[in-house]
Design a protein around this ligand. Sequence first.
Ligand SMILES: [Zn+2]
Length: 168
Amino acid sequence: MAIAEITTALSSLSAATKILKSILAMNKDVAVNQKIIELQNVILTLQSHINSMHIEYNNLSKIKDEIKKELVKHKDWNKTKSQYKLKKVAPGVFVYSPQENKKPTELDHWLCANCFNDQKKSILQLSKYEERGKYYFCQKCEKEIFIPSDELKRHFDRSSRDFTKSIF
Ligand SMILES: [Zn+2]
């Protein structure tokens, strides 16, 4: 039942109540008046049920909107997810990196695997550079990863990109 139909039903019942009140005022027959009062009570009960339905309808409508939003979020995440792949950047250290067919304009970046599993996209930032390797920090979950220099070099030697030009 649409919201407009609920409103129409309630106003029709309200009009019926007014008509019954005017009949009650005009009519002098006690038995008929008794029946009119009974009918008024039936209408009141009906109004109460329709009001409850109205509240229930509003609640369901809110739930429907929330589910719709979740669905859109889910679809958006699936699209993002398809653009990345899990990559082992050092023994026991994993990140998500863009698929090879990424847009040419997109900068090289890695995403935090921890946040990725929570459906959050968080770019790992270089936080500390040492001769023995680099530390990358996730600002969302505050997790830090360390990648030894030889692993970084090996990783970039294998890729077609130039290590020195990389944002890493
Ligand atoms: Zn994270």
